[in-house]
Write a protein that binds this ligand. Structure first.
Ligand SMILES: [Zn+2]
Length: 167
């Protein structure tokens, strides 16, 4: 038996991907289904998983059943800016995990995670071959042309003679 060397493996070719400053950054969002809700967090409050310590900022919350006053509120929460999640499988929080809100605010154990929760990534990504780094900022080719065309035209001292205009 021969130990495999570098030449025995197929090289992985392809582009790396990144975002364009004008197309916008990648957005990470989390949709949590919750139950046992006893208080409603306000938009902007940071929610923390009692055991995972994962966090997210409330962007939207919708009650779908039960009542907070009865401690059995059921609903859906959308969180922004998630932290602490698994980078590889994008899992965040755990089923039946208690959720803590700030005090003042929703407070400790204001609801319980119901089901598996994942981090959703959205936003346009470009292959390196379509990105141009200029002044330390990355642009997709289309936005690069759009952003700097005017500057280049001004610098080129446009010839406005009759001949140039086809007369
Ligand atoms: Zn772009």
């Amino acid at each position: 038996m021969r130990i495999k060397g570098r030449s025995d493996f197929t090289e992985l070719r392809g582009d790396k991907y990144d975002s364009c400053v004008m197309c916008g950054p990648q957005k990470y969002r989390v949709v949590i289904h919750f139950d046992s809700g006893s208080a409603e967090p306000a938009v902007g409050e940071t929610i923390t998983g009692a055991t995972s310590a994962d966090t997210g900022v409330v962007e939207f919350i919708q009650l779908t059943g039960g009542a907070y006053t009865d401690g059995n509120a059921v609903g859906v929460m959308v969180l922004d800016e998630p932290t602490g999640y698994d980078q590889y499988n994008l899992s965040i929080f755990t089923d039946d995990e208690n959720l803590n809100g700030p005090t003042p605010g929703a407070g400790a154990n204001f609801a319980t995670v119901n089901g598996i929760t994942g981090v959703n990534k959205s936003g346009r990504m470009h292959p390196d071959s379509n990105l141009i780094t200029y002044n330390g900022v990355k642009y997709c080719k289309e936005h690069f042309r759009f952003r700097f065309k005017k500057e280049w035209e001004d610098e080129a001292k446009v010839d406005t003679s009759e001949k140039e205009r086809g007369k």
